[in-house]
Ligand binder design. Structure first.
Ligand code: GTP
Ligand code: MG
Length: 200
């Protein structure tokens, strides 16, 4: 898929504020600092579209970016970041749960995981929640440039083994590096295919 147009549409602090048009949402989520905003900028080819920050917890709203006037790319708040206000202290905020489990706009969700880390309980809990509710999702491993090819393979194998304990069939897995541009084409092609039936 070629992205010819990418525009910031709106930030929502409640589900009632998300766009009302019929375009589908493709959303991105993960722990704070995993590289969501960087991946969004890589995919859209617009360096400054989503704000990248070295300080975790930067994205606290649901941000909609309108792509090719055909779908929305959605930057969700990071989960599992405790040092915010009281209401947001739960592992998964109400905003995240409302959107992920109840928003009918959401067509597909990418869960981002740092490829350097061993499987984290909070991510596994979130993935389990998605499975229980039948939410369609794939996994994107981020920051692949920080590991050697052999280390990447080891890390992926470790994650596959963990997921296989929980799932009969693994979700689609992607490896990305926003620093090196890895994974961009695969993810965009996947999105294009996933949107196709909805277009007709
Ligand atoms: P929050 O919005 O705060 O939850 O973070 P986020 O998930 O949007 O992460 P963001 O894209 O802001 O990136 C966090 C930090 O990781 C920044 O310092 C980025 O430059 C760095 N980073 C993100 N992706 C990559 C990557 O693929 N490779 C490397 N080396 N660094 C990355
Ligand atoms: Mg962000």
């Amino acid at each position: 898929m070629k992205i010819t147009k990418a525009l910031f549409q709106c930030s929502s602090e409640r589900l009632s504020q998300v766009p009302k048009d019929p375009l589908p949402d493709i959303a991105f989520i993960g722990r704070s600092n995993v590289g969501k905003s960087s991946l969004i900028n890589l995919l859209t080819g617009r360096g400054g579209l989503a704000k990248v920050s070295a300080t975790p917890g930067k994205t606290r709203l649901i941000n909609h970016f309108r792509i090719n006037d055909a779908w929305y790319l959605v930057d969700l708040p990071g989960y599992g970041y405790a040092r915010t206000s009281k209401q947001q202290r739960g592992a998964f905020s109400k905003l995240i749960l409302d959107y992920v489990l109840r928003c009918e706009r959401m067509h597909y969700l990418f869960v981002l995981l740092d490829i350097r880390l061993e499987p984290q309980r909070i991510d596994l809990e979130f993935i389990e929640l998605l499975g229980t509710h039948g939410v369609p999702f794939g996994i994107v491993f981020t920051k692949a440039d920080k590991l050697s090819a052999a280390q990447r393979e080891r890390s992926l194998a470790r994650y596959r083994r963990t997921l296989e304990e929980q799932w009969e069939e693994l979700p689609p897995l992607f490896v990305s590096s926003s620093a090196e541009g890895t994974g961009r084409d695969e993810i965009l092609d996947f999105i294009e295919k996933s949107l196709r039936p909805a277009e007709h």
